[in-house]
Ligand binder design. Sequence first.
Ligand code: ZN
Length: 279
Amino acid sequence: MKFEDLDIQRALVVYAHPDDAEFSLAGTVAKWAKAGVEITYCMITNGASGSDDPKMTRDRLRDTRYAEQREAAAILGVKHCEFLGYEDGYLYPTLEVRRDVSRQIRIHKPDVLFAQDPTMRIAADFYVNHPDHIAAGEVALRSINPDASTRQMFPELWTEEHLEPHKPKALFLETFGGGGGTVVDIGRTLETKIKALLAHRSQLWPDAERIVREWARSTGKAAGYRAGESFRIVRLERPPERPKRSIAAARGKRASQSRSPRSTRAPRKVTPSRRKRAR
Ligand SMILES: [Zn+2]
């Protein structure tokens, strides 16, 4: 499948909890799966903290959440579900977690890695991000550089498990609440996304469906779609761009600037960047 100029055969979703993916990117997952992309979910924690019911136990909730995640994945056409089993709510980007995520990347060799954004701490004035989301994002970023891509990082993965280093072509970071980024048109897969979301019966509050529909609508609207999901895309296979000006030209410009007093130069015009569209 082609996305912009990326050729994508496999994608890996590395997220913290069973249900995170359905809230944020399941429309894109369903769309890509339909187009033939082999998609793998890698859920780092077991979801065992996600209940306020005093009669619930962590073991029972873990089993429930794995079952719900498998059901949602089947609805979306996700090929594999990997559960790393770390305790929900206790996640740190330790070397052990980093090795386990690197192993999954080396096994599944994704062209695109979907991850949560570890720099997202607080959304507007209403949400403090869950620390597991931040830790999961941190691990995903470290997997790109250096954990999964470097032969001498976790050499046992290579020497003992015969897993060659791997670097995805692109990283797709969740843009929480749809701010900025490249918008994917999910108009045709929104209903599949909602169906998959509703599989997480232990997690849904009465308004969840309405809110997810509203996010999709407002994210899509900015790009002219009925529904959308947006990502900050980092292209990892491109060589760094060459500087626009040669060093000599830059030197020449500096010399000419030094002749004119700073205060006479016009201030640089800042234009807001336009949101990109992508099908
Ligand atoms: Zn979560």
